[in-house]
Write a protein that binds this ligand. Sequence first.
Ligand code: COA
Length: 166
Amino acid sequence: MIKKCVDIEFEEIFGIINDAAQAYHGVIPEDAWHEPYMSRDELSSEIEAGVEFWGAYVDERLVGVMGVQYKQDVTLIRHAYVLTSERRNGIGTRLLTHLERETSKPILIGTWAEASWAIEFYKKNGYRLISGKERGMLLDKYWFISDVQADASVVLADARWVRGDR
Ligand SMILES: CC(C)(COP(=O)(O)OP(=O)(O)OC[C@H]1O[C@@H](n2cnc3c(N)ncnc32)[C@H](O)[C@@H]1OP(=O)(O)O)[C@@H](O)C(=O)NCCC(=O)NCCS
């Protein structure tokens, strides 16, 4: 079951993000890795900045979260995390499909260039990698991330963006 997370789930969301983010350890640039990967303050700031978290529940237990942020003419998918123990069971796909139905705007997603599994996940769901100058331009325009993170990130776009529906 997919539903919007509520305030009292803050600690569970925090737990899922930091369990799932262990996948980045030793993969992303060393200076971008810290524990917890996302602090409570950072998570609060993201929510205050408009990231809306949706959750996937199995037997009423939260097992995955995905954030959505509406920015100007696009929708960003932010912070997609499925518990390590629950991966490759279709949970991420169900979350993504649900969020795709919630918006009519083109969807953009940023992730670490070294997170090959995440890139595979989005490609399998129909997203295309954006390369060259457009990648940097999009990161500048729609994301508020450090230069270290931007340099080590890729952008993926859905079919609406690729077709130019905007
Ligand atoms: C990315 C993530 C959210 C996907 O969630 P999920 O529930 O495992 O994904 P699904 O089961 O719906 O989809 C699985 C598909 O994704 C891709 N995929 C997932 N894990 C993969 C891996 N380790 N290696 C290669 N491809 C992988 C494959 O295409 C896979 O399909 P297959 O199992 O038929 O080969 C999850 O792996 C995760 O939380 N990873 C750690 C955090 C992260 O990288 N988040 C992305 C931030 S933008």
